[in-house]
Ligand binder design. Structure first.
Ligand code: CAO
Length: 416
């Protein structure tokens, strides 16, 4: 099966998580992604949080599948020459260096587009160009704080809280991938490349849009009726942290199931969707609630929503999270077990769908990684292990036209 991005050559000048997540996605869909790494060290994540001595860390392997690795010191004249050749033959250059690093290397947007006017240059930075913080280096949690996620996550009596989901890193990479694909379609129309820039702060804000909605609602009416603070608590002039309340306006909460005393994940998320009230009452054995004016409407339920959740927890007390969901699904009630990472790693459905895959690796044996969360009718991405540092250096140099002697001389100069 041919892959839609076959023939697209990408210079992957990315590191850590935000950029590599983007280029990994494009590699899954067929792009030839050449990871350019500093000789000797490579992407810092190769060494970070290692679980096997002398083997690439999972942090690296899980963000760099389906790529080739070229070691290149782009600060040496020889290395710059190789990069220039590569630029002339590539479709996209992706980078997430600190602000100004690519310019300092001598590869400004102007220089790159002079070398190859069709090149798309895609960048991740912490803050967008011209922002008053645009000189800052940024990591995941910094972006979550600057993007409104931390101030709105957690419980009202605790501090701002960051999410385990990589809203600042991988999420930004996904935005960048959309930008790159858009620019590739644009290039088909104009024949020219362009600069695509995504900031981590902006990407987090894009995912926090419902909280920006809530800020405006709060300013207009002074309260937010779906938050646990309503109607008994206090609102200030900023969106509060709402614990596990549903952001879309469907009241819901994380509820204890059998075994919660010893299992930190023996919980389900239970949603009281307006139209599901009748089946919820039937499932819980509370048919009398269906027409009771104290329960019949979302407005009537809200003042004692936590008493309702407590009643549901009584019903859940003798059921595991899986048993509870199996009963509730028959009533069309939106709910799910709170799954641990161990359960996710071993979930047969996730293995069957290719969302979690086991791939071979030259140093590690095999390891688990994520496969494409996007499913196509006519494309089944095959996930391959991440490359070793410089594994494809000679192969890529010879594709660029270097002969054996020239390659040996590049090695001798330590440019590769
Ligand atoms: N050859 C020669 N030099 C290279 C090279 C190569 N192949 N690859 C990188 N370098 C150089 C860079 O040019 C830079 O040199 P200067 O500082 O002299 O210009 C240097 O390596 C370090 O790059 P950096 O500043 O990007 O790396 P850092 O570890 O100091 O910072 C990070 C890391 C992530 C904070 C920073 O890159 C950043 O803010 N990136 C943008 C935002 C981002 O993507 N953050 C998310 C990362 S995932 O959590």
């Amino acid at each position: 099966m041919s892959k839609p991005l076959e023939g697209i050559k990408i210079i992957d000048f990315t590191h850590v998580q935000a950029g590599p997540a983007c280029t990994q996605l494009l590699a899954w869909f067929g792009a030839d992604v050449i990871k350019v790494e500093r000789p000797g060290s490579g992407d810092v994540t190769r060494n970070q949080l290692r679980d096997i001595p002398d083997a690439d860390a999972l942090y690296f392997t899980m963000l760099n599948s389906n790529k080739r690795s070229l070691t290149l010191d782009t600060k040496t004249p020889e290395g710059k020459e190789v990069l220039e050749k590569l630029v002339k033959e590539s479709d996209v250059l992706v980078e997430n260096f600190a602000p100004g690093a690519l310019d300092r290397m001598g590869f400004t947007w102007e220089r790159l587009s002079e070398l190859n006017p069709k090149l798309i240059v895609a960048s991740v930075k912490g803050f967008s160009d011209g922002h008053h913080y645009d000189d800052l280096k940024v990591y995941e949690n910094v972006a979550q704080c600057a993007g409104g996620a931390a101030s709105t996550t957690g419980f009202w009596d605790g501090p701002p809280t960051v999410s385990a989901a990589a809203l600042g890193d991988s999420n930004t990479g996904m935005h960048l991938a959309i930008g790159i694909l858009t620019a590739l379609i644009g290039r088909g129309q104009t024949g020219r490349g362009q600069k695509v820039a995504v900031s981590m702060q902006d990407s987090v804000i894009n995912l926090c849009r419902v909280k920006l909605r809530d800020q405006q609602r709060l300013e207009r009416v002074g309260y937010l009726e779906e938050y646990p603070q309503y109607p008994h608590g206090e609102f200030t002039d900023v969106v509060p942290r709402g614990g596990n309340a549903g952001g879309g306006g469907q009241p819901g909460w994380v509820l204890k199931c059998k075994g919660w005393e010893t299992d930190p994940n023996a919980y389900i998320y239970f949603t009281i969707q307006g139209h599901a009230w009748e089946p919820i009452c039937r499932a819980l054995g509370k048919p009398e609630w269906i027409d009771d004016p104290n329960y019949a409407t979302p407005q009537a339920r809200q003042p004692h929503i936590f008493d309702i959740f407590a009643t549901i927890e009584e019903w859940l007390a003798d059921k595991t999270k899986f048993e509870a969901v199996d009963i509730l699904r028959k009533y069309d009630i939106p709910c799910a077990p709170v799954l641990s990472m161990k359960e996710i790693a071993n979930d047969p459905s996730l293995r069957a769908s290719g969302t979690i895959v086991e791939v071979p690796h030259k140093q590690r044996g095999s390891y688990l990684t994520v496969g494409s969360p996007i499913k196509f009718s006519n494309l089944k991405p095959e996930i391959t292990g991440s490359p070793l540092l410089g594994e494809h250096t000679d192969e890529i140099l010879s594709e660029l036209g270097y002969n054996k002697e020239q390659i040996a001389s590049l090695h001798a100069s330590r440019a590769v």
